[in-house]
Design a binder for this molecule. Sequence first.
Ligand code: DGL
Length: 270
Amino acid sequence: MNPSEAPKILVFDSGLGGLSVLAALREKLPGAEYFYLGDDALFPYGKLAPDVLIARVDEVIAKAMQGFAADCIVIACNTASTLVLPHLRARYSMPVVGTVPAIKPAAERTKSGLVSVLATPGTVSRDYTADLIRDFATGVDVTLVGAPRLAELAERALRGEALSDADISAEIAPAFVSAARAGEAVRTDVVVLGCTHYPLIQARIEALAPWPVEWIDPAPAIARRVAHLLGGREAPGQGEGRIALTAGRPASPALAQALIRFGLEDQVAF
Ligand code: DGL
């Protein structure tokens, strides 16, 4: 990496969810050059079999790296990260940063002892997630909620479609648990946003929550990690941003506007 050049960061997700991570990266490293790759041809990843997902991510990251020699690869997708990080780290010499459910900070912050992880059906079924709970959430009751459609709803919102309250409520309701612990009535007080799509509609989700909770979005921590791995290097000004979406659909006017807000003015073919 040439220290006088802006660092190049590849941000990858199954669709538009990784934009929530890109926003945190841009805030921390505004001068970096970004290439955002969304594999919407195979969206949602939450429904893919593990071997299909691993092969696919391997293939599209390799293709992206041919045209964009990233200094850091960010897998801004929990569903993929909980499976593919070892493969990618074995293959690439530059840092590969993933996104996995923020169970450790959630366990540290809960007062009621009831934490929920809202994620895709894929992420909640992973050994990786079970290991995080075993290692970092001793004594905490963790409810895993595999939301079948919430990522898709967030994707549709960004493309400019209206979402119904009922659809969002049905997805988040199982994350809100009331129970008795040591003879005391308690309820969930921390919910992990375990899919990068969810922060994109966080205001809607929060407004529809049955009671207030603390929501944990790991994006700022990911951005700090990337900045650290890049050795604190940063270029002045606003770095360039490009996006490719594998399905090749032209962006709707609403999506085109949203992409500009995320600093991605240039949509390129993949
Ligand atoms: N944004 C993704 C995640 O963080 C996944 C959505 C999907 O493709 O199912 O898990």
